[in-house]
Design a protein around this ligand. Structure first.
Ligand code: PLP
Length: 372
């Protein structure tokens, strides 16, 4: 069921960002399309047409979707439980990351059953203490992978991957420390007889700020969507969220608005109702801070956000039901941006863009529209 709110995705913006990152990565760019391309929808074709030579995502389910949309493009899936369908990945030609010995055994067994060879990327945790092999397990994991390569021959280690914990802060000494640990990890792998050809470490921030972190491939997500976690580079924001004004109500001074009356009018004013709320991804923590744009002017969202609706104080403007409000956009015309919504709600841009809910209609304009 639609709210009639609409999220417009500007494929040209994504294309421009993709080309910028492809250049920074010297042509070795993996477009990270996880979480439905950070909530932007199907962008596989836009990515590959504009310089991405690999596609990457977390789950194998996502990777199979990408495989259908981008036949022939290398795809990596890096976050899966031990009992994932590794055989399906082998058959579909999807590379998988391997973080533990259990994963390695399962992948090797499944590849044998499928009658194929799994292309794997050994994944090391360099200090984020999240996904990837513990450093204390790394040498043993490499040893085991080399053994599998030599004996069953059902796996081939094509890549080594790591992920920086602190790339958003380019001057943090943690970056150099983790790069050194990555170099060591590659040396250990080679010493165990592995011949990885694709070493990859950098995501968006490091691709923009750490030339030493580029190696053979950069895995870029946020940057493709106009989000620069390093805040060093001007990118193109791709999303515009609009909502229709459902009704406008004239009220006097002292009228409490919304649940618990956390805000009241201080003068006679008009209140416009938008059919989007925290159920559509507008964070409730932005209540009392957020603005939208109506008739070219910024107007405050007042009272607590509801699940399905928010109220906007439009003052004495003769705003009418049926007009459109802009919740956020690239900011070129004075409308609020994703960055501002993130600040108002105490989160990061990523969480705003992936949080826009399923009730909001998606529309892609630009390149993809043209080539569809
Ligand atoms: C999400 C993710 C990326 C992409 O990071 P961005 O900062 O969005 O570019 C790269 N690698 C891994 C392992 C990830 O989880």
């Amino acid at each position: 069921m639609s709210t009639a709110a609409e999220l417009t995705v500007d494929a040209d913006a994504v294309a421009r960002n993709t080309r910028l990152f492809a250049e920074r990565a010297h042509g070795h760019l993996m477009a990270v399309l996880k979480a439905d391309a950070f909530g932007h929808g199907d962008l596989a074709r836009v990515a590959t047409d504009n310089g991405a030579s690999w596609l990457g995502t977390t789950s194998l389910a996502d990777a199979h979707d990408l495989r259908e949309r981008a036949p022939g493009t290398p795809i990596l899936s890096w976050l899966n439980p031990v009992d994932a369908d590794w055989g399906g990945a082998v058959v579909a030609g999807i590379d998988v990351a391997v973080p533990t010995a259990e994963h390695l055994h399962a992948v090797s067994r499944a590849a044998a059953a499928a009658g194929g060879i799994a292309r794997i990327h050994l994944h090391i945790d360099l200090g984020i203490n999240r996904d990837g092999a513990a450093r204390s397990d790394w040498a043993a994991l490499c040893e085991l992978a080399a053994l599998h390569e030599r004996t069953s021959g059902r796996v081939r280690v094509v890549g080594i991957m790591g992920h920086l914990s602190s790339a958003d802060a380019p001057s943090s000494p943690e970056n150099a420390r983790e790069r050194m640990l990555f170099d060591n990890a590659v040396r250990v792998a080679r010493a165990r007889g592995l011949r990885p050809v694709v070493r990859h470490l950098a995501a968006s921030a490091a691709t923009l700020t750490q030339p030493e972190a580029l190696y053979d491939l950069s895995r870029v997500g946020a940057g493709l969507y106009g989000i620069d976690p390093s805040r060093t580079t001007s990118l193109h924001s791709a999303l515009t969220l609009t909502a229709p004004i459902v009704s406008v109500k004239r009220v006097g001074a002292g009228a409490g608005v919304g649940y618990a009356h956390t805000w009241s009018t201080s003068r006679p004013t008009s209140l416009a109702l938008l059919p989007v709320g925290y159920g559509d991804g507008l964070p409730r923590t932005a209540s009392g801070r957020a603005w939208v744009q109506v008739r070219g002017r910024r107007r405050p969202v007042v009272g607590l956000f509801s699940m399905d609706q928010v109220v906007v104080d439009v003052g004495d403007d003769p705003v009418m039901a049926g007009e459109t409000a802009t919740v956020f956009g690239p900011g070129d015309h004075g409308e609020p941006t994703v960055r501002e919504w993130a600040d108002w709600s105490g989160t990061i841009d990523h969480a705003i863009v992936v949080g826009i809910g399923a009730r909001v209609t998606r529309r892609t304009v630009g390149l993809a529209e043209v080539s569809a």
